[in-house]
Ligand binder design. Sequence first.
Ligand code: SF4
Length: 421
Amino acid sequence: MSKIEKQGKGKALEATQGLKNIMGRHILAIEQAFRDGNPTAWATSGTPVELLYAMDVQPMLPENSATMSAAQKLSKGFIELAEEEGFSYDLCSYFKTNVGAVLSDADMIEGGTRKPTFMLSSDVICDTHVDWFQTQAERMNVPHYTIDVPHIVSNTNQKQYNYYKKYVQEQLWEFLEFVEDITSHEIDMEKSKKVAKNSYVLGKLWQDIFELRKHEPSPLSTRDTFGGLFPLFTMPGLKAPIRLYKRMYREAQERIENGIGALENEKYRLMFEGIPFWHALKYFSTLETYGANIVYETYTYAFSKYMNPKVTKEMVLNKPIEAMSELMLSFWYIYDLDTRIKKFKETVDEWKIDGVVLHNNLSCRPNSCGMYDLKRHLQEDYDIPCLIITADMNDPRKFNEVQITNQIESFIEILERKKAH
Ligand code: SF4
C-alpha cells in the first residue's frame, strides 16, 4: 500500500460553516417553544414534518439528536444505559441512544430530546421507527400517531397503487385532526402553502447541489453533505436553510468555474450507500487522503424528497396532502432490489463513479437488506468495484478499526489497478 501516493484531506465549502448557526437556531426554536408553552412533537425521518410546521408545532427529530451524541462520542454510554434497561444488543442504535439520552436527561446539545406534546412516526423507512416511538410514548406518557405506508414492489399494479395512495392520504387527514384535538391548532391553508413551497425549494436546491457534484473534480465532498443534510430532516418548510443551500450552491459553482475541487487531486470518484458512521467520520477523511472522493450518497440524496416526477410544484402547493402521499410511497429507501440495482447503475453512469462503498449497518435491517445481492449485481453485471463495510452508525463497539482500514486500502488498490487498465 505504501506505493500509493497520499495527499491532504478534502476542504469543506466555507458556506457549510453556516450549518452550525442553522442547527443552533433549530435548538433555540425548540427551547423557545418550551418557554412559550407551545406544542412540540417528536418526528421520525420520512414523516411529513412540514405538517407540523404548518400547524405551529415545533418538531424535534431524535435521530438527528442521536447523531449529535455519536459525533461527540457520547452514544456508547447512552446505548449501554439502554441495554442495562433490557434493550437488546442488536436493536437499532439510534433507538438505544435516544433511550439512554432521555434516561440521562441529556442536554439537547449532547443529543438529548425533551418530552414532547406528542409523537409522530411512520413505517415508511422502517418498522423500528414505530416500535421506538411506541415504546418511548408509553414510557413518557405522551400520545403517539403513526402513519402506515405500504411498500411498492415490482409487481404492484396501478389499482393497488391507487388504493395505497388513498390509504395514506386518509391517514394524513386523520393526523391533522389528531393534532387539532391535542393542540387546538387548526391547519392554516395559507401557511401550509408557504411551508410546502419552502420545503419544495429546499429539496430542489439540494438536488441542484448534487448536480454540481457530477463535475470532475467534484466541488463538494462528504464534509459538506453529511452535515448539510440535517436541515432537510429538521427544518423543511423554513426559509433559513434555503439561504444556506443557496450559498453552498454559489460557492460550489465558483469552485467549478475556477477548476477547484473539494480534493486537491481527485483520483477516484465514489458512491456511498448507507448511513455514515457518525462516531468515526475520520474514515471518510482516510479515503480522501488516497484521492478518493465520495461524490454521491444515496442516503443524503434521498432526503431531498422531491424526486418523484409526478409530484410537481403545482401539486405541492395546491394538493399538499396528495403530494405527500405520493412522496411517501416513492421514498428512495423503500425501493425493491431490481429498482435499486437500476438506480445505482444510472447514478454510477451519471456521476462518473469508479466504485461503490456500501455500509452494512448492523443497526439498520431495511437499509442493509439485499446489500450483498446489490453488490454482486453491480460487480458481475456492470463491473463496478464495490466494498462492503460492516459497522454501525452510532455504536462504536461494532466498528473494527484495523479491519476497516485494511479494507479501505485494499479497495483503493483495486481502483488503482482498474484505472491503470
Ligand atoms: S437506522 Fe435503520 S432501523 Fe434505525 S431508525 Fe433508522 S432506518 Fe430505522
